[in-house]
Design a protein around this ligand. Structure first.
Ligand code: ATP
Ligand code: MG
Length: 462
């Protein structure tokens, strides 16, 4: 196994060499070895050693104590003029687990036991990278054979391993999708059987795993696996109550999520690139909207429910909700077969398309259009593309013009501020967006304010 001559790889070899010179055992471990075996470039290099954290702290001058209790420290090394950070973890065995997520204690041990506490065989490989050792891989868990046969397999008894830490259920899906692996039969059966364990995992950890899955190039496959292994219903039990047939939609869910990614990459054409970079630049709210949208539950409360369940930030929740709302409004026009002409001076379209999330919503629907949804008009794709083009070419100032009519102007005319101001200002903006003059806009606002019809005055446009 050849270790690339990158700066971080070099720094990790220096750390291993220094540990060995001090009489300790040390190897590369985990994700980086797996990636090298697969011919991919690792995103970071982790070192495992029998040196205790205090011994590692004593050996290197620049160290960050990230989790000394668990035996993890980060060694900083200057390499090629850049500071490299290498995680060095003491070989450990995890003690009994409490509540399916935290070991009560860790015990420092030897390399073999350290490998056996890891999750999947592909993540349980050690590598001796020091020149002269010939890049020897140490495989106590059958990881090489599993990779060769395309299998993802839990180390040890799957049921035990998933009961210890239910996050591994999601990690299994993420790794299987990312590397195109088949989840071995017993491992898959245990995932489904123990799915309710996901309820014990902190939402923050779930969030991180879903980001890793849904923002990656193989999100479609991850979604298909989530559905097949019945993890979707374990993550959001209320979805199944809304639609008991949800899991039958697996194939479509996959096609749609692939479609979302295709839509995002249609210009760059990067979709077929192998999983070199596991995370692509797909905003999480869009990825999540794609996933939720593919569930086909026309339910306006869904985005908020999902956002809360994943502890999304306020900004991300808002983006998710807005993408959802815009997509729902456009969908409404599509299924009703009423496609407004694509013109910059249509106020309703302007208000939809001027929002930053409009592009995401259009991508979502374009991805869906690839699957030729029932009930959509033939012209759906052309219409959606035209909307996207219009959005791109319309200058921001045209859709957010300096208003002809403002609240203070209305006050200056003697109108007392009231709840009617909002629809009045909206009426004025509608006129302005549709190319009317300042006088016409003011007339529309005053007509709204002086109208006797309360219901009309209170109607707030979308
Ligand atoms: P990635 O490229 O996604 O970071 P990785 O394999 O490096 O993949 P990490 O989450 O960084 O994944 O974990 C590093 C290693 O620690 C894993 O390869 C695995 O051996 C072990 N590991 C991490 N999380 C768990 C877990 N929940 N249970 C058991 N072992 C784990
Ligand atoms: Mg990693």
């Amino acid at each position: 196994m050849v270790v690339p001559d990158s700066l971080d790889a070099r720094a990790s070899i220096e750390v291993i060499t220094a540990l060995r010179a001090a009489g300790f055992s040390a190897f590369l471990v985990g994700g980086c070895v797996r990636d090298l075996v697969l011919g991919l470039e690792p995103k970071d290099y982790d070192v495992a050693t029998n040196a205790r954290p205090d011994e590692v702290l004593a050996l290197f001058d620049r160290v960050i104590e990230v989790g000394v209790a668990f035996g993890v420290v980060r060694v900083l090394r200057r390499c090629g003029g850049e500071l490299q950070e290498i995680e060095v973890a003491t070989y450990r065995a995890d003690g009994a687990y409490i509540d399916g997520r935290r070991p009560t204690e860790v015990r420092f041990t030897d390399a073999r036991e350290d490998v056996l506490r890891r999750d999947f065989s592909l993540n349980g490989l050690l590598l001796d990278p020091v020149p002269g050792a010939g890049g020897r891989v140490i495989d106590w868990v059958g990881g090489i054979a599993d990779l060769e046969q395309g299998h993802l397999r839990a180390i040890g008894q799957p049921a035990e391993r998933f009961s210890e830490d239910a996050l591994r259920l999601l990690r299994a899906v993420r790794f299987a999708a990312r590397f195109g692996l088949h989840i071995e039969r017993h491992t898959a059966a245990a995932i489904t059987e123990l799915r309710s364990g996901l309820g014990q995992i902190s939402r923050e950890r779930v969030h991180v795993e879903l980001v890793g899955m849904l923002r990656a190039p193989h999100a479609g496959e991850a979604v298909r696996l989530l559905a097949r292994l019945r993890l979707v219903e374990a993550l959001w039990p209320s979805l199944l109550e809304r639609d008991p047939g949800l899991l039958r939609t697996e194939r479509r869910m996959r096609a749609l999520c692939d479609g979302v990614h295709w839509a995002v990459h249609e210009d760059g054409g990067q979709r077929e690139q192998p999983g070199l970079s596991p995370v692509i630049d797909l905003p999480f709210p869009l990825a999540l909207a794609g996933f939720m949208w593919s569930l086909r539950l026309a339910d306006s409360s869904l985005p908020d429910e999902v956002a809360a369940s994943l502890r999304l930030s306020l900004a991300q929740s808002k983006r998710l909700r807005t993408i959802w709302t815009i997509a729902s409004q456009l969908l409404h026009s599509l299924v009703a077969g009423r496609l407004p002409a694509v013109r910059a001076d249509d106020a309703r379209l302007a208000r939809l398309l001027r929002q930053p999330e409009a592009d995401a919503a259009l991508r979502l629907l374009l991805a869906e259009a690839d699957n030729v949804p029932e009930g959509w008009p033939h012209s759906a794709r052309t219409w959606l593309r035209a909307l996207r083009r219009l959005r791109l070419k319309t200058p921001a100032a045209q859709w957010r013009p300096k208003p002809f009519v403002t609240g203070s102007a209305l006050k200056a005319l003697g109108f007392a501020p009231s709840a009617r101001f909002r629809p009045a200002l909206q009426a004025a903006e509608t006129v302005q967006l549709e190319g009317g003059s300042a006088a016409e806009a003011l007339a529309a606002a005053t007509a709204c304010l002086t109208s006797d019809d309360e219901a009309t005055a209170d109607l707030s446009a979308p």
